[in-house]
Design a protein around this ligand. Structure first.
Ligand SMILES: C[S@@+](CC[C@H](N)C(=O)[O-])C[C@H]1O[C@@H](n2cnc3c(N)ncnc32)[C@H](O)[C@@H]1O
Ligand SMILES: Nc1nc2[nH]cc(C(=O)O)c2c(=O)[nH]1
Ligand code: SF4
Ligand SMILES: [Mg+2]
Length: 193
């Protein structure tokens, strides 16, 4: 769908320069998705792996973030092999609904109520990033956290339109349950992609 060089705005690598590759196509249907224009893959141009990776190479970062849409809908073996051959780190943002293909240095798993994750992703995830849209999402976050590996880093991130309402609750929750950390979408405050 698009590719751009920016600052990773979320999660464990928040603040790092990163080259984003956003793949079209998603059938998860989150009501609050902030990139709904990604859902229909046929509306977006197809680029070759070489076209994409040459842009990553031209940037100064060694971090390539594959996102979407739901990137795991696609076979990502060739793309991740090419990125790694260029010396790039491969990071993915995924809802975990599909079994992952490809080789990954960092897996950010953000489960969704709208479609159940695939069982395999829990032990693969390096970070769990749960979006908090309402109060019931805290208990739901714990359910998912209990299935991840012990070294998985746990984040709560407010849904953007509910941030004013949910952030105070998230802060209280993290103070009471400090295994969780806060993730804010800092790129949205900075008005960058
Ligand atoms: C657009 S999604 C694409 C990757 C993948 N489909 C997924 O959902 O993880 C990228 C990240 O943005 C988060 N996100 C999407 N819409 C959001 C919103 N309105 N507020 C906060 N986070 C949001 C998702 O949970 C995910 O962690
Ligand atoms: N700056 C920036 N950081 C991000 N982290 C995850 C994003 C995503 O949409 O996957 C994203 C994004 O869209 N922009
Ligand atoms: S899974 Fe990701 S891309 Fe798909 S609708 Fe949900 S937030 Fe949007
Ligand atoms: Mg985004």
């Amino acid at each position: 769908m698009e590719h751009f060089y920016t600052i990773q705005g979320e999660g464990h690598y928040q603040g790092y320069a990163a080259y984003f590759i956003r793949l079209g196509g998603c059938d998860v249907g989150c009501v609050w998705c902030d990139v709904k224009e990604s859902w229909d893959a046929s509306l977006h141009p197809q680029l070759s792996v070489d076209e994409i990776t040459s842009n990553v190479l031209a940037s100064n970062t060694e971090i390539a973030v594959i996102t979407g849409g739901e990137p795991a809908m696609h076979n990502l073996s060739r793309l991740t092999e090419s990125l790694k051959a260029l010396g790039s780190r491969t990071h993915i943002e995924t809802s975990g609904v599909y079994e992952l293909s490809g080789t990954w240095d960092w897996i950010c798993f953000s489960p969704k109520k709208f479609k159940q994750p695939h069982a395999s992703v829990y032990k693969q995830a390096n970070e769990l990033k749960v979006i908090i849209y309402n109060k019931s999402d805290f208990a739901w976050a714990e359910e998912h956290a209990s299935k991840t590996s012990t070294d998985c880093i746990l984040f709560l991130q407010p849904e953007w339109s509910k941030e004013k309402e949910m952030l105070p609750l998230i802060i209280d929750y993290i103070k009471a349950n400090p295994k969780w950390k806060l993730s804010l979408q800092i790129h949205k405050y900075m008005n960058i992609p």
